[in-house]
Design a protein around this ligand. Structure first.
Ligand code: SF4
Ligand code: SF4
Length: 382
């Protein structure tokens, strides 16, 4: 993604919007609110007025800048290809630099990452206390480091265990940070703490260098995108979806257990629009015997965002955004909705409409675990 070192360049990018309003069709926050200032075009109009000194920073303006989920759905349809999410990020950085943002709840998130090392503010724990004694049998060093990410380590350890089981079964050489993982820091940059992110990521990089790690293998697409695109030094990063594809091609992963079901895949923003990984998860799913892959009405580049990035403080918008995805899956007749993103999984799984629909949510990690017979049964989340 293009970054803007100076505000004049940013202003020129804002001016590329010719106000056609096509982004109204795709912006999920606009769909929720029906209000132009919560749409890409409206947000750009506000930022132009701010740059022209025709507008003061107010709580409403901060709300419009922070309610954008940075999903980039608008950019897919935008005829001149305005970098809306890039502009919003820089606007947030400017507001933070001047002490005017972010909203209180996100300041808390920043404190949690910088002080505790994760967005939840939990104290860092050795991975054997979270994932069990198998961690102790891993080598102390390996060129490949599997990074589970905060959501799995602190909320869904069984999925992190499924991942490690998949990789171990394929006899792939790897280890983990046994002493405990720190958050990738991606949220710091998203909410405007650019300087804090830069120093945080340098410290993380030093740790990876000291450990002589050649490649990070991430389960979380936001970790993947952050390590790959935002860290100051290039890192070899692979999402587990890509690793599983390689292992499948090499015959090291074999799907020997069928799942006779209609399955849809939900493209997360960070794996899809941010990283261009669309076909690989579908290839894995289609290789499981018995599965009929069906597409959501909004998939691949046009997929719906689950709203996870604005969960705090816009919980209601996030809930609606997740519901639209589940409703879509139900309408196309999917029995399972698979995601390769722990955060999307959390938002979909915890949606209140899950109680009343026939769709089951699972992660790709668990589908691979089930289809290779590593997991005893298909996990059921309802
Ligand atoms: S689609 Fe692009 S050019 Fe059109 S109004 Fe939206 S941001 Fe502006
Ligand atoms: S990035 Fe997403 S939420 Fe933000 S303006 Fe574009 S479509 Fe709307």
């Amino acid at each position: 993604m293009v970054e803007y070192p100076n505000l004049k360049e940013l202003y020129n990018e804002i001016m590329r919007c010719y106000r056609c309003g096509l982004c109204r069709v795709s912006c999920p926050v606009f769909k929720y609110s029906g209000t132009e200032s919560w749409n890409a075009r409206g947000r750009l109009i506000l930022l132009r007025a701010l740059s022209d000194n025709n507008l003061h920073v107010s709580d409403s303006l901060i709300d419009r800048i922070y309610s954008c989920s940075l999903c980039r759905e608008c950019e897919v349809l935008c005829p001149p290809g305005v970098n809306v999410s890039g502009i919003i990020k820089v606007a947030r950085e400017e507001l933070v630099k001047n002490g005017l943002a972010p909203p209180e709840e996100q300041r808390e998130m920043q404190k949690n990452i910088l002080q505790a090392g994760n967005i939840l503010g939990k104290s860092i724990q050795p991975l054997n206390t979270l994932l069990g004694p198998t961690i102790d049998s891993l080598p102390d060093s390996s060129p490949n480091l599997v990074y589970s990410g905060c959501v799995l380590l602190y909320s869904y350890t069984q999925i992190a265990q499924a991942t490690l089981g998949n990789i171990k079964n394929a006899k792939y050489d790897y280890t983990v940070l046994k002493e405990g993982e720190k958050c990738c820091g991606g949220f710091l940059k998203m909410i405007g703490y650019r300087e804090a992110f830069d120093s945080y990521s340098r410290i993380q990089l030093e740790l990876f260098t000291k450990r002589e790690i050649n490649q990070l293998i991430t389960v979380c697409p936001m970790c993947y995108s952050t390590f790959k695109h935002d860290y100051p030094q290039k890192l070899e990063v692979k999402h587990t979806v890509l690793l599983y594809n390689e292992l499948l091609d090499e015959g090291k992963i074999v799907f020997n257990r069928p799942l006779n079901a209609k399955v849809a895949f939900h493209d997360s923003c960070h794996l899809g629009r941010y990283s261009g990984i669309f076909e690989e998860p579908r290839k894995l799913i289609e290789n499981v015997p018995g599965i009929k892959l069906v597409e959501l009405s909004k998939s691949k580049k046009s997929s719906n965002c689950c709203g996870g990035t604005i969960r705090v403080p816009y919980a209601q918008i996030r809930s609606k955004m997740s519901e639209w995805i589940i409703e879509d899956a139900s309408q196309v007749g999917a029995e399972y909705l698979v995601t390769a993103c722990p955060s999307c999984f959390h938002n979909l799984y915890s949606s209140s409409i899950m109680m009343d629909c026939n769709v089951k949510i699972i992660t790709l990690e668990e589908l691979v675990g089930y289809a290779t017979s590593q997991l005893p049964k298909i996990p059921l989340y309802k």
